[in-house]
Design a protein around this ligand. Sequence first.
Ligand code: EPU
Length: 336
Amino acid sequence: MRIEQNYPLLKHNTFGLDVKTKYFVEYENEADLQKLLRDEYFFSQQFWHIGQGSNLVFLGDFDGVIVHSAIRGVEKIRETDGFVWLKAGAGEDWDALVAYSVQNGWGGLENLSLIPGEVGASAVQNIGAYGADAAGCIEEVHACFLETGEKRVFSNPECEYAYRDSFFKKPENKGKYYITHVVYKLSKKPEYRLDYGNIRVEIGDRTATLETVRQAVIAIRESKLPDPKTTGNAGSFFVNPCICTAHYEGLKKHYPDMPNYPVDEETVKVPAAWLIERAGMKGKTSGGAAVYEKQPLVIINRGNASGRDIADLATEICNAVKEKFGIDLQPEVNYI
Ligand code: EPU
């Protein structure tokens, strides 16, 4: 187990915030995790488990323990004529897993190419993009219950997956389970999902294969979203809000061009990016933070932003959207 004191977190958050934590603990296997969970000092501190830090805003130095999983390994645990089951360690890089599945001709994850993060966090967030989400391929999630150290295997339905939501994100469960492994069911006879956004256009004359779909998604992401290696950001800062149909119908009268995705009879999802742009917030700044010009759902660090700058800008965005549309935007990122 790796334990560091007064440790810089610059490389552990994609916003590129230069903050420190009192302790940083990284476990490489389940035995180390069990050891950590028997440590009374650990439980006397405030603590927070991170993945690649692609969904975090540190508001200042962290006076506690930042925990990180370095459980690695990707193993084929089962195979039939049609499918393979891969078991991946929670600390595996997400996009490396997608690349590996594509190279082997196993379909399911290709539309989720280039999303920053790690396997464990992706199963908590239910990451989604270009018409797919992690839940679509997850068979099981192996987790450890902090209070007792007990191991628990969650089937897909037990994970209660929904749009950017899961059992593990619910307020009553948040932070109470550490994920050790995720099992994915991938198809040897993939069906390509090309109808979302510009995937088909981007593929152009090429034949649709797992590789060309992955390349298309990477090209689209690179053209729309800032690269966290050069411009600090946490991807979508807010989730797309779901509003009741009556509210939507009222807004539609004033804004007939408002994009909308019906969820069920009572609910309509509207793109936060559109609301933010129409509320006049595109390109707005607060200190070192700015609303990204090409995709206003993203807040960027212009180089010298503090966590507070980012939080202030997010509040301004929420207020502007609330005032114009009466909609409460919910941040997808966690403030620490
Ligand atoms: N839009 C604007 N102005 C803009 C950009 C977008 O009005 O400058 C509107 C357009 O109407 C567009 C709509 O927003 O049709 C949707 O935009 P986009 O297709 O880019 O998707 P999104 O809903 O903004 C979601 C995910 C992204 C994911 C994309 C593609 C959420 C919170 N975000 O964004 O996820 O890449 O779809 O599937 O659901 C992330 O999680 O970090 C992330 C980038």
